[in-house]
Design a protein around this ligand. Structure first.
Ligand SMILES: [Zn+2]
Length: 155
């Protein structure tokens, strides 16, 4: 029911068409070709919108390396070395060294995904084995250090 739409009617005998801002194709105004907002078709056709979406949200973009470094560092601690991390994640040793060593300003989303997946797997394994000793030791030391800093700061 398109009542109260201000007199505009899409129920003309001939289906009206509209020019897409993206691909500049003239497409019939149907839900198959367009998305509608307030019962009006949006500027880009469905095909173009899908393309835009993959470009921005798809696994092809880049993210700052800062975002993945803590995860990758954890993975390296848990695996116990760069080579083991490379085997676990599928990333090259060079890539791992560069991200951890802050030599790379950004990484591909694909890389983030590989790190997250490998870390997820590794955490699961570590949980089943009662925790990676080295990693837990490192965490304990870090916690103690932070504790000392807090105490010094008077918290
Ligand atoms: Zn289009």
């Amino acid at each position: 029911m398109a009542s109260g739409a201000g007199g505009h009617s899409l129920s003309a005998p001939l289906v009206p068409s509209r020019l897409c801002t993206g691909c500049e194709k003239k497409l019939e105004i149907t839900t198959g070709h367009w998305f509608f907002r307030d019962s009006k078709p949006t500027g880009y056709c469905r095909t173009c919108r899908a393309k835009i979406k993959t470009q921005h949200d798809g696994p092809y973009g880049w993210v700052p390396a800062e975002k993945v470094r803590p995860l990758l560092s954890e993975l390296v601690s848990r695996c116990g070395g760069i080579t083991a991390t490379s085997e676990a994640s599928g990333l090259s040793e060079t890539a791992i060294r560069e991200v951890v060593g802050r030599k790379r300003p950004r990484v591909q989303k694909k890389t983030v995904r590989l790190v997250v997946l490998a870390l997820y797997e590794r955490r699961k394994v570590d949980r089943m084995n009662g925790g990676n000793k080295n990693y837990l030791e490192a965490r304990k030391k870090q916690a103690k250090l932070e504790d000392n800093i807090n105490r010094l700061a008077g918290y």
